[in-house]
Design a protein around this ligand. Structure first.
Ligand SMILES: C[S@@+](CC[C@H](N)C(=O)[O-])C[C@H]1O[C@@H](n2cnc3c(N)ncnc32)[C@H](O)[C@@H]1O
Length: 288
């Protein structure tokens, strides 16, 4: 029986109604949660209920994380990586202020979820303050940009996480440096816009999660088809990729997450005023 997930309700100006992303064969069915956590509602996939309808494709042989890092994110010039890390540290403050309520809501899921957490594309560590103060938490922050490490470490310290409980690993989401079924929680915010292969990253997230492990995400996605904003995003996409280390404005990441075969998924959509060009966002929680 699949685990069920849900986000607590939040009344906030600017919030769009909950979006149920269309997904191949997904049934909006509420079932009890076998993991015993306090998830209230959720969606389970028909594929999870009737696995014979969607047999899993044979697993590809694993690719060594170091090899994958060089393949999908070879080192950029040092000055560029440093510039980008500094820009993320300094330039995201008003964004972080606006998104704080959504992050608080999202990370409130974590108190009962378990202690082994992997954050992919951890960047400068802006999420650590939301979850790293929990007793006994162990965090692996994965990022290909080595200049993120100092910022992430400082964020971990100010979040009250002992340095022995935070490990920074240089790596990519397409081959996560973690064992199968080893993580209680995987977190990713504003990362699937930047990875080389979204579906591969989602497969990796599922691989490293324990059964019933949770994937918490906030991602910016393409504006709806036919809107002016979608046109602008399409026009600016090449520039964005150049200045923001491969970040795409036009991905339909909510759809990828919905199609990734999680046993349950709660996904909402929101538009942010401080981040017009990277709006809307999808955020939510999925259970392996
Ligand atoms: C827009 S930043 C977001 C950082 C952080 N998660 C946040 O919310 O501020 C994107 C991050 O993804 C990292 N990144 C880029 N390609 C990646 C990949 N293939 N796998 C994992 N992380 C990647 C970048 O180095 C950067 O730190």
């Amino acid at each position: 029986m699949p685990c069920l997930v849900a986000l607590p309700p939040m009344a906030r100006p600017g919030r769009r109604p909950s979006t149920s992303v269309p997904s191949r064969g997904r049934a909006l069915t509420a079932l009890p949660c076998r993991c015993g956590r306090r998830h209230l509602i959720g969606a389970s996939s028909a594929a999870a209920l009737l696995p014979f309808l969607a047999p899993p494709s044979p697993a590809a042989p694993p690719i060594d994380p170091e090899v994958m890092l060089q393949r999908v994110h070879p080192s950029r010039p040092d000055w560029y990586e440093e510039f980008y890390a500094t820009a993320m540290d300094q330039g995201m403050r008003s964004y972080e202020a606006e998104v704080a309520a959504y992050k608080a809501k999202l990370f409130s899921q974590l108190s009962a979820a378990g202690k082994n957490i992997l954050e992919l594309g951890v960047g400068t560590g802006p999420n650590l303050k939301y979850y790293a103060s929990e007793d006994g938490v162990n965090v692996i922050g994965v990022d290909p940009n080595k200049h993120m490490e100092n910022y992430a470490r400082m964020a971990a310290v100010s979040a009250g996480l002992p340095s022995s409980s935070f490990t920074f690993k240089r790596g990519v989401a397409e081959s996560l440096p973690a064992e199968d079924n080893s993580m209680d929680v995987v977190i990713g915010t504003l990362v699937l816009c930047s990875v080389n292969n979204t579906d591969m990253a989602l497969r990796e997230i599922k691989r490293v999660l324990k059964p019933d492990g949770l994937y918490l995400f906030i991602e910016h996605v393409a504006a709806p088809d036919g809107t002016l904003l979608q046109f602008v995003q399409g026009a600016l996409d090449p520039v964005q990729q150049f200045v923001a280390d491969g970040c795409h404005l036009t991905r339909k990441t909510g759809q990828n997450i919905s199609d990734a075969g999680f046993s349950s998924l709660s996904l909402e959509s929101v538009r942010l005023s401080n981040a017009y060009i990277i709006s809307p966002h999808v955020y939510g929680v999925a259970c392996k």
